[in-house]
Ligand binder design. Structure first.
Ligand code: NAD
Length: 330
């Protein structure tokens, strides 16, 4: 049996990545859509053969509870809307995949976890790189200490952001590049270190375009300190470019560049090229979640992981605001 997924929010990520990936999945399929933009319906209906009864808007989406074609709702709206959409989907009796960052506050993340738990539904976060061979290898290197104890991590994820988009509007994004791109550095650092950070320090960069970045940071540099003393130096910005994850152990190093792309991730180690293939990350991610639902197994990217990361993002902002390191307790 293939589980039915309804995409909620038909923006760029749904249209260009998730819907095409759903044509490659084995255990799930694109069964429905939830959109606030009626003009998008025709194109999606035709392209993906979606019946009218599986098409919803934000007003009537709660009635999705009566639709057995839909097993999972995939929330792909602006960050600040993830909580409302996840909670409504759970209350309508559906399992949920929610995009990163999970939400824009710790309280929202907790409410999302509680809503799914109360409804007896599973919740996962769209952390596609957990299904990507280079990143999976980094997790293993750290665990097996193949290059010795991890001592230093360097991560950057920066790219230019166009004007006038919700990502620059604090109310909908919850913050700038840290929420959107820096979260990949946080994730990469944590699974490379194999631990949660105990201390964070951060400094916001100067704004060269004060109008464009009126509401959110233009760039931020941050440092995560792990138990045992390993340190991750990270940078994320909506100017310039950078896409890298490097880990230095006592006995060697390994690095990905580009590190966080959908395709074309390249890895090398102090012993040579990694030579791993690129995969359809989103297809593997969604199939894994469908398998978890079908077999009642926990997902490796649960809501609790999304909550953990939002706690770290908030600590980074606090450290930048106060110019003081923030200690984290787990
Ligand atoms: P987008 O701007 O292309 O799409 C956002 C969608 O939300 C649009 O269809 C828009 O109509 C809808 N929407 C509903 N209410 C809205 C509102 N009040 N304001 C603006 N739009 C509203 O954005 P996107 O790039 O598709 O990102 C959507 C989510 O997916 C974000 O949370 C983002 O972080 C995440 N994302 C994840 C990845 C990944 O690799 N995992 C990649 C891209 C985006």
């Amino acid at each position: 049996k293939k589980l039915g997924i309804a995409l909620l929010g038909l923006g760029k990520y749904s249209e260009e990545q998730l819907a095409p990936a759903l044509e490659k999945t084995q255990r799930c399929r694109l069964a429905g859509i939830i959109t606030g933009t009626p003009e998008k319906v025709g194109k999606w209906k035709e392209r993906y053969k979606i019946p009218d009864k599986n098409i919803y808007n934000y007003q009537n989406m709660d009635s999705i509870r009566d639709n057995p074609d839909i097993d999972i709702v995939y929330v792909v709206t602006p960050n600040a809307l993830h909580a409302e959409h996840t909670i409504r989907a759970a209350k309508a009796g559906k399992h949920v995949i929610c995009e990163k960052p999970m939400a824009t506050s710790v309280e929202d993340c907790e409410a999302m976890i509680a809503a799914c738990k109360n409804a007896g539904k599973m919740l996962s976060i769209g952390y596609r790189l957990h299904f990507e061979p280079h990143h999976q290898t980094f997790m293993q290197f750290g665990k097996k200490k193949l290059y010795g104890d991890v001592q230093k991590i360097v991560a950057e994820n920066s790219q230019e952001m166009e004007k006038g988009v919700w990502r620059l509007d604090r109310e909908r994004s919850g913050g700038g590049p840290l929420m959107d791109l820096g979260i990949y550095c946080v994730q990469g650092a944590l699974y490379s270190a194999g631990a949660n950070p105990v201390k964070v320090a951060a400094k916001e960069g100067p704004k060269t375009d004060v109008e464009k970045f009126a509401e959110v940071e233009q760039s931020i540099d941050f440092q995560l300190e792990f138990p045992g003393g390993a340190v991750a130096n990270c940078r994320t910005a909506y100017v310039g470019s950078g896409n890298r994850l490097r880990v230095e152990g006592k006995k060697g190093w390994y690095e990905l560049e580009p590190a966080y792309e959908y395709k074309g991730i390249k890895g090398k180690t102090s012993q040579g090229p990694m030579g791993l293939e690129n995969v359809n990350q989103q297809a593997l991610q969604m199939d894994d979640f469908a398998n978890c639902v079908l077999n009642n197994k926990p997902t490796r990217v649960p809501g609790e992981m999304g909550l953990r990361d939002v706690k770290i993002l908030m600590a980074i902002y606090e450290a930048a605001r106060t110019a003081q390191p923030v200690t984290l307790k787990w």
